[in-house]
Structure formats: structure tokens, C-alpha cells
Design a protein around this ligand. Structure first.
Ligand SMILES: Cc1cn([C@H]2C[C@H](O)[C@@H](COP(=O)(O)OP(=O)(O)O[C@H]3O[C@@H](C)C(=O)[C@@H](O)[C@H]3O)O2)c(=O)[nH]c1=O
Length: 182
């Protein structure tokens, strides 16, 4: 497995080893011991999957403490631009975002610690997104930051008129007004 540090402490890009043969491929998508050795000591307890069409932007989402979630995210089919925003008060990179293309082909994963908002845009016709969480879904603790926040200025790599945003995500807060307790 290849590991790539990012400019944001704790946020890690991983590239699992892929075994190709005549039948297709095999990979270990998660290994508790190895991930722990690499500093990703999250006790994952919920797995989620979503499918989206081109132009969808889901996010930016997080849950407040004590229901905050670390996530290990990847794409099974298709291609997304995945973004994490550092919301950890006191972090030298507070308010900074990092994005990486995750695709069914490159099989990259992004480990996102607790204290980040997360979202992704869909760059392919459709994309199947899969992720692990270390805390259960807790709707009362769920918060959102608007995808086109004027301070964050995230480049989602899709033209604005083509963005498809859920009714719920259209009501998300500005970053500067976001409820944060990390
Ligand atoms: C996230 C989630 C949603 N749901 C339900 C609530 C709702 O009826 C339906 C769709 O929910 P949402 O619109 O919030 O789904 P979605 O916009 O895909 O939410 C996800 O976005 C990405 C970016 C994340 O980082 C995730 O943590 C999660 O917030 O699924 C669950 O039952 N369990 C869950 O864990």
C-alpha cells in the first residue's frame, strides 16, 4: 500500500496494492492492524454506500462531537473529486481544504479524521461511493456547510450550472457561521 501525506495533518491518501490476474483484480480495502500502524486508529462501526449521477455535489457534511465521525472513503465505480475541510479549532490548517480525485480505476482512498467536513462532486456519468465511519449516523448532530462557500472557494471541477444539490444541502450554513465544537 502506498501512503501519501497531504498538507493537512492527519488527512491521508492511500493506494492499496492491487493484485491483477486473468479473472480481474483483488485488493484489501481495509486492514485494521495495518491502518492503525499507519496512524489511522479509528474504530470503524458503520459502512455506507451511495450512487450519484454526474454533477452531483454531496456535502459538505459533518457531525458535532461527541458524534463526530472519522471516515475512510473510496470510489468503487466512476470518478469523484473528494474534499475534506479542516474544522479543528486550533489546527494550523483550520479552514483549509484538500481535494483528491478518487476513481474506480485509481482505487485511492482518503482517510479523514474527526473534525473535518466532507463532500464530493461526481465527475463521471455515475459514481458508486463507499465509506466507513467510526461513529453512527446521528441526524441531530448533523451539520452542513454550503458547497459554494465564498471563503472556502472550493473548485469542485464541475461547471456551476451543472451542479446538482439536494434540497437539504442547499440550506447548509456559511463556513463563517458554522456550528463547530471540535
Ligand atoms: C448519512 C446517512 C443518511 N441516512 C439517510 C438519511 C436520508 O434519508 C438519506 C440520504 O441522506 P443524505 O442526503 O444526508 O446523504 P448524503 O448526502 O450522501 O450524506 C453523506 O454525504 C457525504 C458527503 C458524507 O460525508 C456522509 O457522512 C454523509 O453525510 O439517507 C441514513 O439512514 N444513514 C446515514 O448514515
Amino acid at each position: 500500500m502506498e501512503i501519501y501525506k497531504t498538507p493537512i495533518d492527519g488527512l491521508i491518501v492511500l493506494e492499496p496494492k492491487v493484485f491483477q490476474d486473468d479473472r480481474g483484480y483483488f485488493l484489501e480495502s481495509f486492514h485494521a492492524g495495518r491502518y492503525k500502524e499507519l496512524g489511522m486508529d479509528a474504530g470503524f462501526i458503520q459502512d455506507n454506500e451511495s450512487k450519484s449521477v454526474r454533477g452531483v455535489i454531496r456535502g459538505l457534511h459533518y457531525q458535532l462531537a461527541p458524534h463526530a465521525q472519522a471516515k475512510l472513503v473510496r470510489v468503487i465505480e466512476g470518478s469523484v473529486f473528494d474534499v475534506a475541510v479542516d474544522l479543528r479549532k486550533g489546527s494550523p490548517t483550520f479552514g483549509q481544504w484538500f481535494g483528491v480525485e478518487l476513481t474506480g480505476e485509481n482505487k485511492k482512498q482518503l482517510f479523514i479524521p474527526r473534525g473535518f467536513a466532507h463532500g464530493f462532486s461526481v465527475l463521471s456519468e455515475t459514481a458508486v461511493f463507499s465509506y466507513k465511519c467510526d461513529n453512527y449516523y446521528h441526524p441531530e448532530s448533523e451539520r452542513g456547510i454550503i458547497y459554494n462557500d465564498p471563503d472556502l472557494k472550493i473548485d469542485w471541477k464541475i461547471p456551476e450550472p451543472e451542479a446538482i444539490i439536494s434540497a437539504k444541502d442547499q440550506k447548509n450554513s456559511l463556513f463563517r457561521e458554522a456550528d463547530i465544537n471540535f
